[in-house]
Design a protein around this ligand. Structure first.
Ligand code: ADP
Ligand code: MG
Length: 341
């Protein structure tokens, strides 16, 4: 079977079938969450996550500088540690470097400057990696190690019927930014709000402190970071739990840039619903936590917005439009082999 028929997530499921864990191996979560969770001692769990950035798939050097690429290489894994409520500690970074004009020692120095800046801002230390020649594409693979107190960890599983669904920040800017980068040569973008969305795409902000506080204050029953799009990642929260979710279009937190873009092109509503790489946190919470979440949002000076609820209807993710009717969304998120958006 071709991988494009199977899809990324069925592929991962298929692979994982061959690897079972025994109770005495200290594995709390293996494949299937934002990071693996294993036992360190009576008080703490070890978190580990790995992410690849592939030139031509995840980034293009036409619009990404080596410095921001370095930052993003660390940010994407920080985001997975954040989604567990954890503290990132150590980074291993592997690179495959093509012998091509433009990718020289000057480029790599700037790349590592970006790596260091992002790692330093979260007190993470680079402790290893691997270097290889690559035939034509630059690729980067980062492994982040972190830790979390046992009673704080938040998994993708754990949502309950009646829970409210929240997201940090704003949705869709990264996908909007990407579409603007692709058009940039045709018409240069000068609008400052549009520039902001473009920056969000190449230089995302991982919500590390936010994830830790959500976990520490016991505000989430489940949590994931939005890397593959809201509908797709909310779908992962529902995986295997016999529950559904409703989200309301009118409640989605959108930037000024996206609102303006929507006026020109209403079909862009697929960007906040299914566009990837926002790296915001999506979590479910008991409705009684509303005030605590509002307070946290004020303290962090970041919107944390209720966008819907978990239901007992087993229809996956249902999107309700401004008139209260369910709408049919074709794009449901990013899949590396199906690549719908
Ligand atoms: P994220 O988007 O949070 O990085 P993914 O959707 O990429 O997570 O992966 C989902 C789960 O599948 C994770 O637990 C990840 O470690 C695991 N996974 C992904 N690809 C592989 C693979 N090739 N082999 C084993 N596990 C994998
Ligand atoms: Mg993730």
């Amino acid at each position: 079977m071709r991988l494009r028929e199977l899809g990324e997530f069925r592929f991962i499921k298929e692979v994982s079938k061959g690897f079972r864990y025994d109770d005495d191996q200290g594995i709390i979560k293996g494949i299937g969450d934002d990071a693996s969770v294993t036992v360190i001692d009576e008080r703490r769990y070890l978190l580990a996550t790995t992410d690849t950035l592939m030139e031509g798939v995840h980034f293009s050097l036409d619009y990404t500088s080596p410095f921001v690429l370095g930052r993003k290489s660390v940010a994407v894994s920080l985001s997975d540690i954040a989604a567990m409520g954890g503290v990132p500690r150590y980074l291993l970074l592997s690179i495959g470097i093509p012998d091509r004009e433009g990718i020289d020692m000057g480029f790599m120095r700037l790349f590592y400057k970006g790596v260091k800046e992002m790692a330093d801002s979260y007190d993470v230390r680079l402790v290893g990696g691997n270097t290889s020649y690559s035939k034509d594409k630059l690729f980067i693979s980062g492994t982040m190690i972190g830790e979390v107190e046992k009673d704080r960890v938040v998994f993708r599983t754990g949502a309950r019927a009646g829970d409210e669904i929240f997201v940090t920040g704003q949705l869709g800017d990264s996908a909007l930014g990407l579409s603007l980068w692709k058009k940039k040569d045709v018409a240069p973008v000068t609008d400052p709000f549009y520039r902001e969305a473009m920056l969000r795409h190449i230089d995302p902000v991982p919500r590390v402190r936010e994830g830790q506080e959500i976990a520490r204050r016991g505000l989430a029953t489940s949590m994931i970071d939005i890397s593959d799009g809201l509908i797709g990642d909310l779908g992962h929260i529902l995986d295997g739990c016999n529950l559904g979710a409703r989200i309301y279009l009118s409640q989605l937190p959108l930037s000024r840039a996206l609102k303006r873009h929507l006026q020109e092109d209403p079909s862009a509503i697929s960007l906040p619903l299914a566009g990837g790489e926002d790296y915001e946190l999506l979590f479910t919470s008991d409705p009684s936590n509303g005030r605590g979440i509002k307070r946290l949002s004020e303290e962090l000076e970041l919107p944390i917005t209720p966008i819907g609820e978990i239901t007992t209807e087993v229809e996956g993710v249902v999107v309700i439009d401004v008139d209260g009717k369910p709408i049919n969304i074709k794009e449901r998120g990013y899949d590396h082999f199906l690549s719908v958006i």
